[in-house]
Design a protein. Structure first.
Length: 138
């Protein structure tokens, strides 16, 4: 409604061209309307945003403080259980390392056995060849 009350008195048609918000009775009214427009459409809106977000931040801080006080009570329990978990994990890791080293040792032993068996077989084959060669020479 405010706009309609300002539009008609300040508008005029001159030579077929419409001049809206141009024909003010005095400069003071024009300046007052401009200031009112800026304040109501820009500054008030910015103030509402700042105020509302400020309140939201205050609520979040309050909730964080409350949650921190609850967490402080439970943190001792949590730390103890975390220590237990860590010690279990470390024990499991150590056990895993032992298993791995045992597996490596077994693999190495198998390799060594295979090598020894191959050497023995090679030696036997060589001996057989030598015997055959001797028989063939005779």
């Amino acid at each position: 409604m405010l706009f309609l009350s300002v539009v008609f008195p300040t508008s005029d048609v001159i030579d077929g061209v419409c001049y809206g918000y141009m024909m003010w009775k005095n400069q003071t009214a024009r300046l007052f309307y401009f200031i009112w427009n800026v304040v109501s459409f820009y500054l008030v809106i910015i103030f509402i945003f700042v105020f509302c977000y400020w309140r939201i931040v205050l609520v979040i801080r309050r909730q964080a403080r409350v949650m921190a006080s609850h967490a402080a009570e439970g943190s001792r329990r949590r730390q103890k259980s975390e220590r237990r978990r860590r010690s279990r994990r470390e024990g499991e890791r150590e056990e895993g390392r032992r298993r791995k080293t045992k597996k490596k040792k077994r693999r190495e032993e198998k390799k060594n056995k295979n090598k020894n068996n191959m050497k023995k077989n090679n030696n036997k084959n060589k001996k057989k060849k030598i015997k055959k060669d001797k028989k063939n020479k005779k």
